[in-house]
Design a protein around this ligand. Structure first.
Ligand code: FIX
Ligand code: ZN
Length: 443
């Protein structure tokens, strides 16, 4: 409890103990250089647990994407293509994957400079794999990737990116996903499952036949029988998948409380199921799906979410843990403040349109200032394996710069900072906070 100083105390001048006016030039340079280099080294050398990706091991067959044609066909680059090419979406989608990649490469990397974060990322991947980063075409890159053994390539790419483990997105309403799990294959040691269930919350009418088709007694009304049937459906998936958490992407219009099927599904089915299995729920809020349907996956946009609804969810469900990422830059400060009010709220990542160095820096700075090291700074959201190389290189650089500024300020204010403290903090943000949140062993 903060006690307001009585008037007499307030009247007395407070003698400033710490050197608020010390300027960098007065700090011994080796102290600054040493600190900057120490932070750079620790951030680069601390392996990160990538808590949200769309990556899969080879056993997931067509879901497991890697190689140059997938990299260049990333939906971020597809969106950028249409701004610099006269081709129309229908004509683009009629091309084969290689022709699409050739067109994107020629347009964004040959006829124009790869300045955007997503185009520059591909350049970084080619360089890190020892390939020509600026070829006239994709011949060399295609030959390289065609010669790779998938498992060895995964190991190599994870080592370059310094990613220790990868958390997948396992959509239980995706036929390819269901086909994988129906084969009962042994899990990959470095890929962890997440039960993704958007249709349950966003389109129950579409989800219903898929739940009923698995033999569960459900109907359109969310009556007691259907609530029980959906919970049994989820129980069966949790038993099979052993997910680290359950997840759903939500539109910015998510409001709680609200007399809607969405909120009833959340409060009567999802959150009780999470509690029964001691699972966190990840709510990724702010997507406006297919604002331009012609662009398919590249056609999604964003909107401003309502933080009061997030706060009321955390308040009304204190035994649930909410792993939350918001898509609007304007929501980020509010999310930090909400996380100060609710320990069952864990902000994570600089998601999608926020995953650009300038915004990663801004978000990470306000998180450190408001939350210390009690948050999860980033996830890659990678869809193609090699993207973890550039997504983490870009993020580590921005995160390290923010930490340098804050550690320098801490030193300036007199704290006897040590490298071990920095190591502990970075480990907590890159690994420990998530491992504790989902109950993984904290190594
Ligand atoms: O809902 C999600 O998991 C989003 O991250 C994806 O749908 C999105 O397409 C993406 O990959 C963003 O980076
Ligand atoms: Zn994602």
């Amino acid at each position: 409890m903060q006690h307001e100083p009585s008037r007499s105390v307030r009247a007395r001048p407070i003698d400033i103990k710490f050197q608020e006016t010390v300027r960098y030039s007065e700090m011994p340079q080796n102290q600054i250089e040493n600190l900057r280099q120490t932070v750079t080294d620790i951030v680069a050398s601390t392996p990160v647990l990538d808590i949200h990706t769309h990556l899969y091991p080879p056993s997931f067959r067509e879901l497991s994407l890697w190689g140059i044609d997938e990299l260049v066909n990333y939906h971020y680059l597809v969106a950028e293509l249409f701004r610099s090419s006269s081709i129309k979406p229908l004509a683009f989608w009629a091309l084969g994957k290689r022709e699409q990649a050739d067109l994107i490469w020629r347009t964004l990397f040959v006829e124009n400079t790869p300045l955007s974060e997503a185009t520059r990322g591909v350049v970084g991947v080619l360089t890190s794999l020892g390939l020509n980063p600026a070829p006239a075409d994709l011949t060399e890159a295609r030959e390289f990737f065609a010669s790779q053994d998938a498992e060895q390539h995964i190991e190599r790419v994870m080592a370059i990116a310094n990613v220790s483990e990868i958390v997948m997105t396992n959509d239980i309403f995706d036929p390819g996903e269901v086909a994988y799990w129906d084969r009962n294959l042994p899990p990959h040691p470095k890929f962890h499952a997440v039960l993704r269930m958007d249709p349950l919350l966003n389109d129950w009418e579409k989800a219903l036949p898929l739940v009923a088709g698995r033999g569960f007694d459900v109907s359109l009304d969310l009556d007691a029988k259907t609530v029980a049937g959906i919970r049994k459906f989820l129980d069966a998936w949790i038993e099979r998948m052993k997910p680290l958490y359950m997840a759903a992407s939500q539109p910015p219009e998510l409001r709680y409380p609200e007399d809607s099927l969405r909120v009833r599904m959340l409060s009567e089915v999802i959150l009780p199921t999470c509690r029964a299995h001691n699972l966190s729920v990840s709510l990724m809020i702010g997507v406006h799906k297919r604002v331009n349907p012609a662009l398919r996956d590249a056609g999604d946009s964003l909107g401003h979410a309502d933080l009061s609804s997030v706060e009321r969810l955390c308040r009304d469900f204190p035994d649930n843990r909410f792993l939350v990422s918001l898509l609007s830059r304007e929501n980020q400060h509010e999310l930090c403040v909400a996380a100060r009010k609710f320990a069952n709220l864990m902000p994570f990542g600089c998601w999608w349109f926020l995953n650009n160095p300038s915004i990663v820096s801004e978000i990470t700075m306000e998180r450190v200032e408001l939350l210390g090291s009690s948050f999860i700074p980033q996830h890659s959201d990678a869809r193609i394996l090699e993207q973890i190389i550039y997504k983490w290189a870009h993020s580590r650089r921005a995160i390290a710069a923010v930490l340098m500024d804050n550690y320098e300020a801490l030193q300036r204010d007199g704290w006897p900072l040590t490298a071990d403290q920095i190591r502990r903090d970075v480990w907590r943000m890159f690994q420990g906070n998530f491992r504790k949140w989902v109950g993984m062993e904290v190594r």
